[in-house]
Design a protein around this ligand. Structure first.
Ligand code: GUN
Ligand code: ZN
Length: 450
């Protein structure tokens, strides 16, 4: 049973904000949240489900969670929004995406390097046009919101305009969001290359402009070792050392021929991770997308550093990259997160992404529990992004980014869910077969979006 607690007892509660906005909304429904990591402790200890629960929202924050009737009695002044049997959870957190690839998602027939050259780079070249960047950023954020994703960590393109476009559109929607200018100074078309100096200076200017503005954060973003010289990685490592408050995102060991290519270009490194590590690009707050083909040394170093591996299962199957050993990584103490990798990934939906994570684990002989899938898509990704004190769970003092899930959103799902004997059986059909129709409502900073 979920404990009832008030935000006034919580150290991260902000009384000043509450003074400004006294309106309280009590959202009723089933609630699901996490007290701990279900990869580390039994599901019964990690997850908390309340069949008739409530979330009290005040000033954009979660003020209290608990049993619905208790909250109704304790807060008779609150405006009630009864979502019935819908499941209230934290909004999804997509910890690796490329918003500029929105228009080329689901492009046919290529593996990583060919896919980049054929589809990705020509599309990314269009983002020198600020108007195109704004239009795409807006469309991307609307698509992710429709799918219940309230926070993304996105790559932009090499163009500073693409970063401004993303942050302007995210800010307009009141989103907590992270992004960074993608840096490349080799092995990319001329018009998509920056230089050691310009990548450093543009990234610095952009992070100074955007990091900490409203709910926005910056991620220093070398695309991957094949498209950065050691000098560029060194400059970005130095920038990260000056600004450790920012995240650092990149790609690691996605395909085996890419690993060989990276090592041939960075002969001082013993392995792919070391191409980053040698230049100060390993640490807490580092997000490595994919990281499928790791050596034992790489696993140990990522774990020791408190860095995160971001699992991108729809991308890893779509581009033919491989099957991540997620449970093995989690058992080694590596922080893990979940992401769409739009548009190498074939979906904007974190439900679809959870389904793919389940299927990939099955192919490796492990059955991920629905609680583990859901945790990865919310609290796990938030922790990887060092936002676990702000988003990713239903808890007093956290920001009120919530979704209401319809667990019977299609006839096929409904007839399966009807037989459920507990919340996990009720939720799993939606994880495996659900899409944007399952997202009944999305609240961003306490504000309903539809
Ligand atoms: N490696 C370098 N760039 C990319 C990208 O845009 N998508 C994916 N999936 N892998 C990459
Ligand atoms: Zn990616």
């Amino acid at each position: 049973m979920l404990g009832f607690s008030d935000a006034s007892q919580c150290p991260t509660h902000h009384p000043a904000r509450v003074d400004r906005m006294m309106a309280r909304t009590l959202i009723l429904g089933q609630t699901l949240t996490f007290a701990d990591d279900p990869f580390k402790v039994p599901v019964a200890e990690a997850a908390m489900h309340e069949p008739r629960g409530g979330v009290l929202v005040e000033g954009g924050m979660i003020a209290a969670i608990g049993q619905g009737d208790d909250l109704l009695h304790a807060h008779p002044d609150a405006t009630v929004n009864d979502m019935g049997s819908r499941l209230l959870t934290a909004g999804f957190v997509d910890s690796h995406a490329h918003y500029p690839q929105t228009a080329i998602i689901a492009s046919w027939g290529k593996r990583l390097v060919d896919w980049l050259n054929t589809y990705t780079f020509p599309e990314e070249a269009r983002f020198s046009d600020a108007a195109y960047a704004r239009e795409t950023a807006g469309r991307y954020l609307d698509l992710t919101l429709m799918n219940g994703t309230t926070t993304v960590c996105s790559y932009c393109t090499i163009h500073p305009e693409s970063v401004d476009a993303f942050f302007v559109e995210a800010r307009k929607r009141g989103l907590r969001a992270v992004a960074g200018k993608t840096c490349m100074d080799q092995n990319a078309p001329e018009d998509l290359q920056d230089t050691v100096r310009s990548s450093h200076d543009d990234s610095k200017r952009l992070l100074e402009r955007w990091h900490g503005v409203d709910r926005l954060g910056y991620a220093i973003t070398p695309r991957f070792s094949p498209t950065s010289t050691p000098e560029q990685l060194e400059a970005l490592g130095a920038l990260w050392a000056e600004h450790p408050e920012c995240l650092m995102q990149t790609h690691l060991s996605e395909q085996t021929d890419e690993v060989e290519w990276a090592l041939s270009l960075h002969p001082d490194a013993r392995d792919y991770l070391e191409t980053y590590e040698l230049h100060g690009l390993l640490g807490e707050g580092a997000l490595y997308g994919h990281a499928i083909h790791l050596t034992e040394r790489e696993r140990v170093r990522i774990s020791e550093a408190g860095a995160s591996v971001v699992h991108c299962p729809t991308s890893n199957t779509f581009i033919g990259s491989g099957l991540l050993d997620l449970t093995g990584l989690a058992a080694c103490g590596v922080r893990t997160a979940l992401a769409t990798d739009t548009g190498g990934g074939s979906s904007f939906s974190m439900l679809r992404t959870m389904a793919a994570a389940y299927e990939v684990a099955q192919l490796r002989g492990a059955a991920l529990h629905p609680a583990q899938l859901f945790w990865l898509a919310t609290a796990g990704s938030a922790r990887a992004m060092r936002l676990d004190g702000k988003i990713g769970r239903l808890a007093p003092g956290l920001e009120a980014d919530l979704i209401a899930l319809d667990l019977a959103s299609t006839p096929a799902i409904a007839q399966r869910a009807n037989r459920a004997e507990d919340i996990w059986e009720a939720l799993f059909p939606t994880i495996m077969m659900g899409d944007d129709r399952a997202i009944a409502q999305v609240w961003v900073g306490g504000r309903a979006t539809r």
